[in-house]
Structure formats: structure tokens, C-alpha cells
Design a protein around this ligand. Sequence first.
Ligand code: ASP
Ligand code: MG
Length: 431
Amino acid sequence: MTSADVRATPSASSRAPRLVMKFGGTSVGDLERIEQAARKVAQEVERGYQVAVIVSAMAGETNRLVGYVRDVNRLYDAREYDTVVAAGEQVTSGLMALTLQKLGVPARSWQGWQIPLRTSAAHGAARIEDIDTAALDQKFDEGLHAVIAGFQGIGPDNRIATLGRGGSDTSAVAIAAALKAERCDIYTDVDGVYTTDPRLVSEARKIHQIAFEEMLELASLGAKVLQTRSVELAMRYQVPLQVLSTFGEAVGSDMAGTLVCDESELTEDKVEGKAVSGVAFSRNEAKITLLEVADVPGVAARVFGPLAEQNINVDMIVQNISESGHTDMTFTVSTDDYERALSIIEAAKETIQFQSLRSDSDVAKLSIVGIGMRSHAGTAQKMFQVLANEGINIEVISTSEIKISVLVKRKYMELGVQALHKAFDLDAASA
Ligand code: ASP
Ligand code: MG
């Protein structure tokens, strides 16, 4: 397509379809990779799309920049952290625009503030609040494709704000929603979402289609392929997402990676009626037990209130049956919050009133996820039996409509994942 063709479609109704193509760090890891990615963009442009390319920093670059900040001051000012770490994406956006121009694709780079993509005030972990597409729309109508620095926006203080690690997925989905793109393709170093991590289970299979809700559970339960918030946004704005490989010449319009879409749009017959679509796991868990807590109204609030105030997310919770007016209460937090959670609870000992505290970070969480669970009775029972057969003790359980999670000793994680993957017919041979 030439820019003249694009100029010939001025009104919104006759506008060319739009596509968001997001390239992660490996996909823009060096100039050769950037050129390979740019050729994919050129192919989609050729098909008639107005393309918004969202780029991450070159692989390893954000870690390097974060390292500089920490080396200067471990208790750094979050605004200056953002100034430094957002720079990685600025570099790749310019390099990508230059490479596209070299290939004959008219393109211009955009930083978050230029769009503007407005965020909350939380530097280092800002949320996207508003994307004004007027300037982008105008440039698209002039025939210019957009290369947008992911991971960054502009905060209410008029300063650069970043969206948290992995945030360029979220940038891509939010921009796809704002631009009403037909699809958001996420190019990465794996060729899709798998039934579990193939490094743990060699029989893991690529999932061709998965519902937003399932992907959201998998992402938040430990699957690392997409940032959880990006899936949340895709679900809220109904943006079809495709995860696909950056290697080779194929592009998203031709190849099937994993399509994440609304349940009603799943075309695969929700596979032979399987209950479970995937098995997720996480080592990033720690367990805290309060022994002999008074079993009176308000105790849970006294335990979890101070944690919430310090932004510590509590995940699984169990409370034993009370005997003689006392109970034991167990909950889990992420290992990142573990030390802080312990000291907060210790500090609140007087108000909470418990006898003693036990804690253990040598644990892992195993989860099975699937919308098929809604129509399959006995899924939980089957999971517990499979683990029992392997001699794996379950320490804590939590469930939702489409997932069951259990906490086990860390040393049983691999065994548990493999056994569940097989028992729920996810192994490649049984597909
Ligand atoms: N470059 C940022 C990071 O490494 C954002 C991203 O790539 O998603 O976290
Ligand atoms: Mg990423």
C-alpha cells in the first residue's frame, strides 16, 4: 500500500482496518531482529492494515537500566527511575521507525507523552487511564504507520511514568482497544500459549484457542507469556489477542499462534469436552500460619487489614474449625512480600492476638484451569486423587468457578504438574 492509498480513505467509516503488532525484547534484541520484525510489519501493511507497532526495550536493556538506578541509590526516587528505565523503549521505537522507513514503509515513532497515553500517579507501576487517539488518527490518515514505545505513558505530574515490568503487553492491548484494532498480535520467543510450561512437561501442547477468562487465570497463576493486566484489559475491551512466534517470516494474519478471545468466539469445539485447558504453577509463594487466634468477629479483618494497607496481596486463605474459642489461620503471599508480611503481622500481634506464628516459603502452587470445569462435576476430586496417588500432601486449597489451586511442598512441584497434565488428558499423545 502506498501512502496515497491511505490518504484516499479519510472518513472513519471507510478507514482501513487496524492492527496492533507488539514485539517483545527478544524480537528487537539487535538490529537484525528489528529488521526481521519490520519486515513482518511491511507484510501486514501490504495487506492493507494501518499498523501500530508497540515495542519493548532490547532484550536485557531494562534490567541494565534498573541496575544503574539501584546502584546509585537503593531507595531511589520513583520518578527518576521511570525517566531512566523508559529510555529502553525510546531507543527501539526510533530504530524500528528508521528500519521501516528503510523498507519503504512510512512510519513515525511516538513516546507515551506524545500520544498522549495518560497514566495514574503510581510511578513504576502506573495504570493507564486514558489514551487520546486524535493525533495518531490524523497521522494514520496521512499514511503514516505508528511505532509506539511500550511500557510508558505520562502521569498527572506531567512526567514519564512506567507501567510495571512486562508492561508493554498492556500498552499494546490498551492501544489496540483505543484504536479499535481488529486484533492485537503479540510476537514473542515462544510460538503460543502451552497447556503447561514445556520445560517442565515435554508433552505440553500449544493451545490454539483459549477464552479470555482462562488466559487471565493462567497468567495470574504463573504462566509468564502475557502480563496479567494485559489480559484483563483485552477481556474488558474484547480485543482479540494472538500470541505468536517472532522467528521466521510468517505474520499474524497467516499463522496460528494462540488466539485469546471471547468464549463465544471459540470455534474449536471446546475440545472433546475437556474439563481442564491448562496447568499452571508458581514457586513465588509463601505460607504464613497464625496459631491459636481468637475465634471472634473481626479477627480476619485485624489480620488482613494491615497487610492490605501496605499493598500486600493475600492469595489463599484457610481457617480451621475452632475449638475452645481459638482457631488457626493460614494464608499465602508472594515471596516478594513475604518478609514484609511477617514483620507487619509481628507488629500487629497485640491487636490480632495469636499464640504463635509459623511460616514456610518452601512451597509451590499448582493450579488447573478450564472453562470446561463448569460442566464437569468431580474435577476437584480428581485433582486431589491424582496428587494423593503421587503421595503429594495438599496444604491449602482455593477455587474459583474455572480453577482449582493447591499449595504443596516445593519439591513436589514438577511431579505434581506432570501428573496433573497427564491425568487431565493434556499430554500431546492424548490430544
Ligand atoms: N521493557 C520492559 C520490561 O522489561 C517492559 C516490557 O518489555 O514489557 O519489563
Ligand atoms: Mg514480556
